[in-house]
Design a protein around this ligand. Structure first.
Ligand SMILES: [Zn+2]
Ligand SMILES: [Zn+2]
Length: 265
C-alpha cells in the first residue's frame, strides 16, 4: 500500500472510532447535571435559590427550568463545561421566578430551542420566548416530547406545575421543579403515563417546614409506589432531606449545584 493509502486508512479508522465512541456514550447513558440549586455540592459553583438541570443522552438535550438568575445559570454551565448551544429543549415546570428567571438570558445566548411551558402561564412568558426567536409549545395534557420523554401536563389547582418523566431501562426518572401539586401525586401521575416503576425521583419536593409526620407519610407512600432512589433538593428543606437520606440509605443521592447523576439508558 502506498504511503497515501496508509494515511487514508489511518484517517478512516480514526473517524470510525470517534463516531463509535460518541454513539455508545449517547445510547447507553443518561446524564442529569444540576446546574442551579440552593444546596451547594461542587465547590466553585454559585448556589442560589432556585432549580435547573441539564439532561443529556436522550434524543434531545434538555434544560429543565432555568433557575432564578440567568447570570448564575450561564456561569455555572460554563464551569461545568456545558455549552448552552447543546440544549435543544427548554422546559419550565411552573411560573415561579426561581425556575423561570434565567429564561431570557439563556435564550439570548441560544434561541435555537423549543420551549415547553404550561398553557396556564404561557401568556406571562410568551414574549420572552417569541421575541428572541425560540419556538413556544404550550402544554395542558400529558405529552411525549421526544422518544421516551414525557411531560405530565398540567397538575395542581393553586399553582399549576408539570414534571419531566424519562423512560429508562431501570424504570422511570421523575424530575420535579417545586412539586407544588404534591410530590406523591406527581409520582402517581408519572406512573400512569410512563407505566413503569419509578427508579429515581429528583428535584424540589416542596417540604420546607413540613412536619416530621408528614414527611414520614410521604416516605411510606414512596415505598408503596416502589420509588427505588431519591435525590431531593431545592425546596425540599434540610430536615426532610435528612429524613429521605436516613430512610433510603444507599438509595439516597445527595443533590446540589454541580451534582451529576448518570443512569443506564
Ligand atoms: Zn415554586
Ligand atoms: Zn422553587
Amino acid at each position: 500500500m502506498s504511503r497515501f493509502g496508509i494515511l487514508c486508512l489511518c484517517i478512516m479508522l480514526l473517524a470510525f472510532n470517534g463516531n463509535l465512541a460518541g454513539e455508545v456514550a449517547s445510547v447507553d447513558s443518561i446524564t442529569i447535571t444540576t446546574v442551579y440549586d440552593n444546596n451547594p455540592f461542587v465547590e466553585g459553583l454559585v448556589s442560589s435559590w432556585g432549580f435547573a438541570c441539564v439532561v443529556q443522552g436522550l434524543e434531545r438535550t434538555i434544560l429543565f427550568d432555568t433557575g432564578g438568575d440567568g447570570g448564575v445559570l450561564l456561569a455555572n454551565m460554563e464551569q461545568l463545561a456545558l455549552d448552552p448551544q447543546i440544549v435543544q429543549i427548554v422546559i419550565l415546570s411552573h411560573l415561579h421566578g426561581d425556575h423561570t428567571g434565567g429564561l431570557a438570558d439563556f435564550l439570548q445566548v441560544n434561541p435555537e430551542v423549543t420551549v415547553y411551558m404550561l398553557e396556564s402561564f404561557a401568556e406571562h412568558l410568551e414574549k420572552d420566548v417569541t421575541e428572541r426567536g425560540a419556538q413556544l409549545v404550550t402544554v395542558k395534557e400529558p405529552v411525549e416530547i421526544c422518544q421516551g420523554v414525557f411531560l405530565t401536563g398540567e397538575m395542581g389547582t393553586a399553582i399549576s406545575e408539570q414534571a419531566l418523566v424519562l423512560k429508562t431501562s431501570q424504570g422511570l426518572v421523575i424530575i420535579t421543579g417545586c412539586a407544588h401539586p404534591g410530590i406523591v401525586d406527581m409520582v402517581k401521575k408519572s406512573q400512569e403515563i410512563g407505566k413503569l416503576p419509578p427508579c429515581l425521583v429528583m428535584g424540589g419536593f416542596h417540604l420546607l417546614g413540613a412536619s416530621r409526620p408528614k414527611v414520614r407519610e410521604i416516605l411510606s407512600q414512596f415505598r408503596e409506589l416502589g420509588v427505588a432512589k431519591v435525590s431531593p433538593c431545592h425546596c425540599t428543606g434540610s430536615e426532610a432531606i435528612s429524613m429521605f437520606a436516613e430512610t433510603y440509605g444507599q438509595g439516597y443521592i445527595q443533590n446540589g449545584t454541580g451534582r451529576v447523576i448518570t443512569l443506564e439508558r
